[in-house]
Design a protein around this ligand. Structure first.
Ligand code: NAP
Length: 261
């Protein structure tokens, strides 16, 4: 069988990140690769995709394994967010079950510099609980799912940046919700923090460039950052960038073509 008659390499790309968007663009141009981007459907307006998109959960490990077999998926690329531990652990188990190779893109976490004032926490709940009792203005980049958790410390005025617009909860009438999608710029975040007189920052250690501006802005203004550490994900084969993932896919594809699969 030559490369022109060979079946396309069917690839499932678990997304919801800028890496997945970048990878989808490159995969759309790769001959012989049929990629499908999978999104959880958490945001109302997904970024445009050059490859077909499926939306919604698979129904746990068994559901994902079933999807892989039913759709004849050849490889899975996990390009989900480092805090999306459930889907990443599910992907490991489902790929093992369905005997499908898995590669994950794992961006390195941000590292504290000498000028950062970081207080590290194991969970989002711990980070919120550690806010001081005296009222202050707090910038939250913990995501939409953390908004109800902020009610545990209702004395603060929160400035919350999320992708989708929403109203603040009744318990936090003074909260300001800023709806915006990264990448953000450090100078803009410095201006934002000054405008709202932000006293401290809540953030996840997401890593990557697109969301680093708040960390750099907090450093520039010498604000404390309550930063949540990465959740645990089981052992898997990883790379750190979408370019490395692309090389891995190209290599996998070439090996398969050579074998005439
Ligand atoms: P999660 O806790 O790891 O996953 C919860 C469930 O959502 C999964 O078990 C799965 O449902 C479904 N799911 C998650 N990602 C999916 C995907 N790409 N395609 C299909 N189903 C998916 O995930 P999360 O933290 O809620 O994040 C959801 C999505 O938002 C992810 O795609 C992630 O990349 C993106 N995101 C997350 C964060 C964050 O801070 N957590 C930040 C930015 C973007 P089933 O078990 O039914 O399959």
């Amino acid at each position: 069988m030559d490369a022109t008659t060979q079946k396309p390499l069917k690839l499932l790309l678990l997304g919801g990140t800028s890496e997945a968007t970048r990878l989808a663009k490159a995969l759309a141009q790769m001959p012989g690769v049929a990629a499908v981007l999978s999104l959880a459907g958490r945001t109302s307006k997904a970024a445009p995709s050059p490859v077909p998109v499926r939306v919604g959960g698979f129904g746990g490990v068994d559901g994902l394994a079933h999807y892989l077999v039913q759709n004849g998926v050849d490889i899975v690329i996990d390009a989900t967010h480092p805090f999306a531990a459930q889907i990443s652990n599910n992907a490991i188990a489902a790929c093992t079950k369905a005997k499908v190779p898995l590669l994950a893109i794992e961006r390195p976490p941000w590292q504290r510099t000498d000028r950062d004032i970081w207080i590290e926490h194991a969970t989002v709940e711990d980070a919120i609980a550690a806010l001081p009792d005296a009222p202050s203005t707090v910038f939250s980049a913990l995501g939409r799912s953390a908004i109800p958790l902020l009610c545990a410390k209702p004395q603060h005025r929160y400035v919350i940046r999320v992708v989708d617009p929403s109203a603040p909860p009744a318990e936090l009438p003074e909260a300001v919700i800023i709806s915006a999608r990264g990448p953000f710029r450090t100078e803009d975040d410095i201006a934002l923090f000054r405008e709202y007189r932000i006293a401290r920052v809540l953030a996840k250690n997401s890593g990557g460039d697109a969301a680093y501006s708040k960390i750099a802005a907090a450093r520039a203004l010498q604000l404390p950052v309550h930063i949540v550490k990465r959740p645990d994900i089981a052992k898997r084969h990883t790379v750190t960038t979408s370019d490395e993932a692309l090389s891995w896919i190209a290599h996998h594809h070439a090996t398969r073509t050579k074998r005439g699969v």
